[in-house]
Design a protein around this ligand. Structure first.
Ligand SMILES: *[C@@H]1O[C@H](CO)[C@@H](O)[C@H](O)[C@H]1NC(C)=O
Ligand SMILES: *[C@@H]1O[C@H](CO)[C@@H](O)[C@H](O)[C@H]1NC(C)=O
Ligand SMILES: *[C@@H]1O[C@H](CO)[C@@H](O)[C@H](O)[C@H]1NC(C)=O
Ligand SMILES: *[C@@H]1O[C@H](CO)[C@@H](O)[C@H](O)[C@H]1NC(C)=O
Ligand SMILES: *[C@@H]1O[C@H](CO)[C@@H](O)[C@H](O)[C@H]1NC(C)=O
Ligand SMILES: *[C@@H]1O[C@H](CO)[C@@H](O)[C@H](O)[C@H]1NC(C)=O
Ligand SMILES: *[C@@H]1O[C@H](CO)[C@@H](O)[C@H](O)[C@H]1NC(C)=O
Ligand SMILES: *[C@@H]1O[C@H](CO)[C@@H](O)[C@H](O)[C@H]1NC(C)=O
Length: 900
């Protein structure tokens, strides 16, 4: 059966194949794909990797139809291979996925008529450029850019004597160090090459004469040598004759550290010249006037000095001029006058940011009629905006920020219909802003204006004025907009970034304004106004990152907003009521929340424990009650807590110590109770602890000795009793110790000299800086290097070890039962500023050496048993600091000392 059926089946199969092939056979006369070339392509394909299947069409018989392949119509020879990555969004996942890689097979050399080869934007992972590419001598176009080749560029490329375009642009990252240390082979391309790109290739090994090799390329129109590690820019050149056709020259981002060489001005065909970030110096030579065709000139980020030469203003074709980031000095009048005389001036882009330019902006600015971008920021310009600015009708972006401009703002600005971005930040503007300043600013999207707080700059527009613009960014500071929240702001419903700081708005803001921008706004800063009224509830702000409503008169409940905001600043307002219990779920991305100085009440929401990214929690000075949350988790990043000045009761929660990074814990002025013998013993990362002003009891804790970075320990105003344990001395990092107003007894321990930071003077700024950030309060800064044991019942004498604490600034031992003499060597505390020994039982004379502490500005020795003459060199004039010592005499006390 099988044998019988097979022939007929085979026959019909052949017919089927024939029918399929028929169209191909019919067109065979118009010739398709030469088989040896097809084979070469297949071999080439085999050695490539192709994860996204870009070469899946490379299988049929007609290689001329394969994707990326083109044949000559007449001869059918393969003439073009274009395997450039179709996705040019570099570093994107799509780009990476569609990269070819692997090896490049020498079979390519069988394509004897190949004139175009593009393997750019792929990922060859450090492969060397194969030497045999130089054997495909038919090539006119070769593009190997951005494909992670490395190693030395093969000299064989010099055999490609028909090559017109060579693109070897390498990427800086990831760098595979593609380099060319001998450029002699370029001479082989001298009669054909018009385009050469070697940007980001390492040419540092090419020697001092690197330029000579390029000057042989007599057909060259474009040369790109940006970021090539070139160090030497020859000041003279034997011949530039060969570069007469050069139109584009990019030598940017090298390290020439030289002057601009004069041979550049012989390249009179130049249209584009890029010399930015080359460490060039000196002044800009007048030779530029020879470059009459120049359209683009980038000299930014060098060390140029001197004035901006007028010669640049006379260049008739100049469209794009970037001189930013240099040290150009002086005024810009001559330079701009040159433009205004150059009637046909075509300048579109002018960047003078970050220089040292001074003087006023001249009226001739208005002559730059085609200018679209004008950047004059970060100079020292003074005066006002010239009214001719209204003539610059093409202007789209104007940046005058960070200057010293101090005049009025010209109302002719209001004519600039095309203006999109107006930045007037950080100047010293004065005067008024009227409707006319904005009347035609239909296109304005971004408006920034700040002046110094002591200047008077006022918006005087009709309260019902509706402006022609809908802004996306507004940033106004120290400029009076209020007292009302004006109509022109109310109608802004496209805002994604709002800063209205210190604008004297003292009004309610309509709830509809907040809901109108809720879906787009990313930053909402209304800091330091007097805005009143409540906030709308239950809004969703999907893009909000920063909410800063601090220092206003907002009232009513906390805004129940669903946001991913990281920064939430509502401090210094009149907010009241309790926080939403699900606060942590409404704002799950919060990193810093500052609610201090309000009237919030109720319990602290436990949902905060779930916000693992929370870093700083500041609830100071509200009316929170109940116990402090005890649900903290080890995954939390919380490092700073300030819940001081509330009515928090109960015990200090044990779970605080699971927080691995907790460094600042301020729970002072609350109603906490219980004994803390063990409570914080596992909080080993703490640096600042303030538990003062609570109702804590029991013995002083021993855990401070386990905290190797403890900087501040304040336990004042509680009911601690018993002696000061040695564990409170053996804390070498401690700078601030406050045990005042407790029931402590016994002597000052001798181990006090183990507070080695106070002995040697270490630490300080960083430690205190972090507390300032967490508290926004400088109070703790003022008590660095201090010991306060006042208001206890400490007995015994001052131990001599205390004199080792040579960096101590504040020592308060008042209101104890300390006896004995004031040590004669007290001047060893040479940095002491405040010393209070009042209301003890000190006896004997006041040591003369006290007067040797020059920093001492506050002293109190009253109510002791001191006797004898007050040392003359002690300059304190207030007698009250000595009263209550019956046997003391001399100035400033009225009692005279007996003469002997
Ligand atoms: C390239 O990838 C980006 C995403 O990274 C995508 O938006 C784009 O459409 C892709 N382009 C092409 C031509 O595939
Ligand atoms: C080389 O290819 C890249 C894209 O991969 C392209 O941007 C560049 O313009 C090409 N070079 C030339 C000279 O065509
Ligand atoms: C091609 O270049 C290499 C290296 O420069 C050289 O050794 C070789 O002779 C050249 N071949 C031809 C055919 O010019
Ligand atoms: C550039 O190449 C030279 C040798 O030609 C080498 O010494 C240098 O380290 C390379 N520079 C970089 C940044 O790879
Ligand atoms: C340019 O501005 C100045 C000053 O505002 C004005 O006097 C002059 O008429 C304007 N020139 C033109 C052509 O608009
Ligand atoms: C402190 O605690 C004691 C007993 O534990 C209590 O009698 C006293 O009222 C508390 N004081 C304050 C101010 O809470
Ligand atoms: C304080 O607590 C510790 C353990 O937490 C306990 O051993 C000690 O007796 C307590 N002291 C007082 C006075 O309650
Ligand atoms: C202080 O302690 C001493 C000795 O322990 C005692 O005699 C004295 O009464 C105490 N003073 C006060 C005010 O508690």
């Amino acid at each position: 059966m099988d044998l019988k059926l097979r022939p007929s089946f085979f026959f019909s199969f052949l017919i089927f194949i024939f029918l399929l092939q028929k169209p191909a056979l019919v067109s065979a006369s118009s010739s398709k794909c030469i088989s040896i070339e097809r084979q070469a392509l297949l071999t080439f394909k085999q050695s490539l990797t192709d994860p996204s299947g870009r070469l899946s069409s490379w299988s049929g018989p007609d290689c001329c139809n394969w994707r990326g392949v083109r044949c000559d119509r007449r001869t059918s020879h393969v003439i073009k291979i274009d395997l450039r990555n179709p996705n040019q969004t570099v570093y994107s996942d799509e780009f990476k996925q569609s990269c070819l890689g692997g090896k490049i097979d020498p079979s390519l050399t069988h394509l004897k008529y190949l004139s175009y080869l593009d393997l750019s934007s792929n990922e060859f992972n450090g492969l060397e450029i194969p030497e045999f590419i130089g054997h495909i001598v038919s090539l006119r176009y070769l593009n190997l850019s951005f494909s992670s080749f490395s190693g030395e560029v093969p000299a064989s490329l010099g055999n490609l004597s028909k090559l017109e375009s060579l693109d070897l642009y390498a990427q800086l990252w990831p760098s595979f160090d593609l380099r060319a240390s001998n450029l002699g082979w370029l001479s082989g391309l001298s009669s054909s090459l018009t385009y050469l790109n070697m940007a980001c290739l390492n040419l540092s090994g090419a020697g001092e004469n690197w330029l000579q090799d390029f000057t042989r390329l007599s057909k060259l129109k474009e040369l790109h040598l940006s970021s090539c590690g070139l160090k030497n820019l020859p000041l003279s050149l034997s011949s530039t004759a060969n570069l007469k056709l050069l139109e584009v020259l990019d030598l940017s981002e090298n390290s020439f550290s030289s002057l601009i060489p004069n041979w550049l001005f012989d390249l009179t065909s130049l249209r584009e010249l890029f010399l930015q970030a080359d460490d060039l110096k000196g002044s800009v030579p007048s030779g530029f006037k020879k470059l009459k065709l120049i359209e683009t000139l980038d000299l930014s980020n060098n060390g140029f000095t001197g004035g901006i030469p007028a010669v640049l203003g006379g260049l008739p074709q100049l469209k794009y001029l970037d001189l930013s980031g240099n040290s150009f000095q002086g005024q810009i009048h001559k330079f701009l006058d040159a433009f205004s005389k150059n009637k046909g001036n075509s300048l579109v882009y002018l960047d003078l940011n970050y220089n040292k330019l001074v003087g006023t902006l001249p009226e001739s600015l208005g002559a730059l009629r085609n200018l679209q971008i004008l950047y004059l920021a970060s100079n020292s310009f003074t005066g006002s905006i010239p009214s001719s600015i209204g003539n610059m009708t093409s202007l789209k972006q104007l940046d005058l920020s960070y200057n010293s401009m101090d005049g009025e703002i010209a109302s002719s600005l209001g004519k600039l219909e095309e203006l999109v971005d107006l930045n007037l930040m950080a100047n010293k503007w004065e005067g008024v802003l009227l409707k006319s300043h904005f009347v035609n600013l239909r296109s304005l999207k971004s408006f920034s204006l700040t002046t110094e707080p002591d200047r008077s700059l006022v918006f005087k527009v009709p309260s019902t004025w509706v402006p022609p613009f809908r802004l996306e960014l507004i940033s106004i500071e120290s400029c009076q907009i209020g007292p009302t929240f004006p109509m022109w702001l109310q109608v802004q419903n496209k805002l994604n970034s709002v800063t209205l700081r210190n604008t004297r708005i003292a009004d309610k803001i309509p709830h509809s304004w907040f809901s109108g921008i809720a879906s787009v706004v990313t930053s909402l800063t209304l800091e330091n106004n007097r805005i009143k009224g409540t906030l709308p509830q239950n809004l969703v702000f999907p893009n909000l990152i920063t909410i800063d409503l601090s220092t206003n008169n907002f009232e009513g409940p906390f805004p129940r907003w669903k946001t991913n905001a990281a920064e939430i600043y509502l401090y210094q307002n009149n907010f009241s009521g309790s926080l939403p219990l699900n606060l942590g779920d409404l704002m799950p991305r919060m990193e810093r929340i500052y609610l201090f100085n309000n009237s919030f009440t109720g319990e602290i929401p436990l949902s905060l424990c779930r916000v693992t990214g929370l870093h700083i929690l500041n609830l100071r000075n509200n009316h929170f009650y109940g116990s402090f949350p005890n649900c903290w988790r080890s995954s939390s990043e919380l490092y700073g807590i300030d819940a001081s000045e509330n009515n928090i009761s109960g015990e200090i929660p044990e779970s605080l110590c699971v927080l691995p990074g907790l460094i600042v814990l301020l729970l002072n002025q609350n109603a906490l109770e219980g004994n803390i013998t063990n409570t914080l013993q596992n909080c080993s990362s703490l640096t600042h602890i303030d538990l003062g002003g609570n109702n804590l009891t029991g013995k002083l804790p021993s855990w401070p000795s386990k905290m190797s970075d403890l900087f501040m320990l304040r336990l004042q105003g509680n009911s601690f009793e018993g002696q000061i344990p040695d564990d409170l001395c053996i804390v070498p990092s401690l700078h601030i110790l406050d045990l005042s107003e407790n029931k402590i007894t016994g002597p000052i321990p001798k181990c006090i000299s183990s507070l080695t930071d106070i002995v040697q003077g270490q630490g300080f700024e960083n430690e205190q800086g972090i507390v300032s950030v967490i508290t926004r309060n400088s109070k703790y800064q003022e008590i660095d290097y201090s010991i306060n044991l006042s208001g206890n019942n400490i007995t015994g004498e001052i131990p001599s070890e205390i004199m080792d604490l040579s960096y101590l600034r504040i020592l308060n031992l008042s209101r104890n039962s300390i006896a004995g003499n004031i040590p004669g060597n007290i001047s060893k505390l040479g940095r002491l500023e405040k010393l209070d020994l009042s209301r003890n039982s000190f006896s004997g004379a006041i040591p003369q050496s006290l007067a040797a502490i020059y920093s001492l500005h506050t002293l109190n020795l009253s109510f002791n048993k001191l006797e004898g003459t007050i040392p003359k060199r002690l300059k304190f004039e207030d007698p009250s600091i000595y009263v209550g010592n019956e046997l003391l005499c001399g100035k400033p006390l009225p009692k005279k000392c007996p003469r002997y």
